[in-house]
Design a binder for this molecule. Structure first.
Ligand code: CTP
Ligand code: CA
Length: 225
């Protein structure tokens, strides 16, 4: 049995979180992926859970495991699989936070057998994956709170605000890559949170656990406002 204290601020609320990278297969042994560790998404899932929420965590391939058996974890691999799972869960969710680093492109053809090395040059054609966050933004109903992440290297603020608008999210968490201890693979992160009411919360560099707690607290305030 687990012994820990769960708050009640989000009891009765159903939360969907995405985490980790996606893997887009090239052939039976290779894929296109990225360096996302899943840490931010797992930390968010745990922070929501510890505030009493019912949590569905849909994660791409990662080494991580959660200590809380009450969190409903679904493991997926590709963007397509992540999309399928999210579209089933989202209609009944009160809050959705998309922290996964979803591949933007996937190979158009997946070779049925291992691709052998032949020519000096190899061209792989890619097509866009489905934008999960944007699709949930289009389905969003009154009373649902949708949160996206944005990873930018330039024009950060402008691009993040634009993502909030085009994807119809209520909040966007901008990952700042300016700090060398922030982002992919690190245990710490530096983020700025924007909401559609025009508020801006610039958080200090902190552990992903602390950032997750701050994000969840901002969401709790919003829900109770
Ligand atoms: N996202 C998603 N599905 C995708 C791509 C992105 O759900 N196929 C979500 C991410 O989980 C994140 C947000 O969209 O919450 C923004 O991701 P990001 O990569 O920063 O932006 P993109 O819209 O993919 O645009 P770009 O990479 O060109 O900046
Ligand atoms: Ca992207």
């Amino acid at each position: 049995t687990e012994h820990f204290f769960r708050g009640l601020a989000l009891s009765g609320k159903k939360v969907l979180i995405t985490a980790g990278p996606t893997y887009e297969a090239l052939d039976p042994v290779r894929f296109i992926g990225n360096h996302s560790s899943g840490k931010m998404g797992f930390a968010l899932a745990e922070a929501f859970y510890l505030n009493g929420a019912s949590v569905d965590l849909v994660t791409g391939p990662t080494q991580l495991q959660t200590n809380y058996s009450g969190i409903n974890v679904t493991k997926v691999s590709s963007a397509e699989q992540m999309y399928e799972k999210c579209s089933i869960i989202f209609p009944s969710a009160h809050i959705a936070v998309m922290s996964a680093a979803v591949a933007d492109y996937k190979p158009i053809e997946v070779a049925p057998e291992k691709i052998k090395k032949t020519t000096e040059d190899l061209t792989i054609r890619l097509s866009k994956t489905k934008d999960i966050l944007k699709s949930l933004g289009e389905q969003k109903k009154k009373g649902q709170l949708l949160v996206g992440f944005a990873l930018e290297t330039n024009n950060e603020r402008e691009y993040a605000l634009k993502k909030m608008q085009t994807k119809n999210t209520d909040m966007i968490v901008l990952n700042s890559l300016r700090d060398k201890n922030a982002g992919f693979g690190h245990d710490t992160n530096k983020v700025t949170i924007f909401d559609k009411e025009g508020n801006e919360f610039a958080l200090d560099l902190a552990s992903k656990q602390n950032i997750a707690t701050d994000i969840v607290n901002i969401i709790i305030q919003k829900i109770n406002a």
